[in-house]
Design a protein around this ligand. Structure first.
Ligand code: LLP
Length: 411
């Protein structure tokens, strides 16, 4: 064990030991941090019936889903594949909410056959529902037309966004649902990810409460997610306690008048798992250019696309030399196109072979990874009570060929 005094630990385990044991690159998740965030989220709200459905698109590993289930979470799913993951992890169908976007009517029928809760996001789906699934209540996703989110790519509640049914079409959607004989049991919205300002959330919730007034008997209101977490020391995050206080008071007033058994739902992804994850990779080369010193890693945007895709900031620590003198480095990957994780970042002196650790790798890291450049997907490890468990094996070369058919072509 390399556990020296200044060893960089994750979940109480020296990360260099994890790399020795499981190799690199690798994603490592800490159960304790997930539990801490889950408990904090639940404690922020004071309503009779709160449902926290983990947006499993952020991290779909079955062991993670099982752990969140043990804490009391439900699941927010966007595909049949995600529903299947939740079922395998032991969730009841009543704990799974299917909130897809622009899926086929066939996929909606498949979800109905599985018996989960379903959210519809267009008129055609509602008409189809009445014909095909009479007596199966559904929720509606409403687009409140609010611009919110860390950047435009992850802002989804604005007027140009494809998501949900426009709040301007409320009367029409109520009429269409009535004509189709569909009971609307819930209302849903989700305005974006990495939203910082509590006031923006509250403004959006007001729009949904006003819409909810116009429905007869709702079982639940789902305010989605988008809560911002910290990406670096001192970073501002959503004040979940303030939001919880404000929205709980408003919700209780509404529920007293509308339906005392009304359930309050959320579907956080990042908030629950982002900070629990660490991504570890090794330095292949350190090389100087006229403008910067590059550290080239044995990974790339094929394993962590957020910096290239969203200009996201991920803190990077040299786990092999955590308290060394700092140098200035640009951290890049091995992909055959611009593949920059960080530009001119202060990091403790790096040598080839050092292990660099990326923070906030719990959400949308493994899940957005690919085989680009025919690179293999890394393993995943979950730390529980200071014990690391392998929860996904590293891919092998044969996996790259698994679905290629190699038919007898005339060449
Ligand atoms: N509910 C719905 C309907 C969603 O579309 C999302 C995220 C969530 C909940 C969870 O949002 P969260 O708590 O994670 O912010 N790949 C991007 C984030 C895309 C989020 C897509 N929808 C990223 O890495 O920042």
């Amino acid at each position: 064990m390399k556990g020296t005094n200044n060893a960089f630990l994750w979940g109480g385990v020296p990360v260099l030991d994890l790399v020795d044991k499981f190799g690199a690159p690798i994603y490592v998740y800490d159960c304790a941090k997930i539990a801490q965030q889950y408990d904090r989220f639940v404690a922020a709200f004071d309503v009779p019936s709160l449902h926290v459905n983990f947006a499993c698109k952020a991290l779909t590993n079955i062991s993670i889903l099982r752990f969140l289930r043990s804490l009391g979470a439900g699941i927010d799913a966007v595909s049949i594949g995600e529903i299947e993951h939740a079922l395998r992890a032991g969730y009841e169908t009543s704990q799974i909410v299917f909130t897809p976007s622009s899926v086929s009517l066939k996929e909606l029928d498949q979800a109905a056959a599985l018996g989960v809760r379903i959210t519809l996001d267009n008129m055609e789906a509602i008409r189809h529902w009445g014909r095909k699934h009479p007596g199966y209540p559904v929720a509606l996703r409403i687009n409140p037309h609010i611009m919110a989110g860390g950047n435009r790519k992850i802002s989804v509640g604005h007027i140009d966004s494809k998501f949900g049914i426009s709040i301007h079409h409320l009367e029409e959607v109520i009429q269409v649902s009535k004509d189709a004989g569909v009971r609307i049991c819930g209302l849903h919205m989700h305005t974006g990810s990495d939203i910082l300002d509590v006031q923006v959330f509250l403004q959006a919730t007001e729009i949904l409460f006003a819409a909810a007034e116009q429905f007869e008997l709702l079982d639940y209101i789902d305010f989605g997610s988008g809560f911002k977490v910290a990406y670096k020391e001192g970073d501002i995050e959503t004040d979940i306690e303030l939001f919880g206080r404000e929205v709980s008071a408003r919700f209780r007033t509404f529920a007293d008048r509308h339906n005392p058994a009304l359930q309050l739902m959320f579907e956080p992804g990042k908030f629950l798992v982002s900070e629990a994850g660490l991504f570890l990779a090794k330095a292949n080369v350190v090389k100087k250019s006229p403008t910067t010193t590059f550290v080239g890693l044995n990974t790339g945007f094929n394993h962590l696309i957020r910096p290239m895709f969203y200009d996201a900031y991920h803190e990077i620590i040299n786990a092999s030399n955590p308290s060394g003198d700092k140098g200035i480095y640009s951290v890049v990957g091995y992909i055959c196109e611009t593949d920059t994780f960080a530009w001119n970042r202060r990091i403790a002196e790096v040598h080839p072979g050092d292990v660099l650790a990326f923070k906030n790798a719990g959400a949308y890291a493994y899940m957005m990874a690919s085989n680009y450049n025919s690179r293999l997907l890394p393993a995943e490890v979950l730390i529980h009570d200071q014990h690391p468990h392998l929860i996904r094996k590293r891919q092998e070369m044969k996996d790259l060929f698994r679905h290629q058919t190699d038919p007898p072509l005339p060449f």
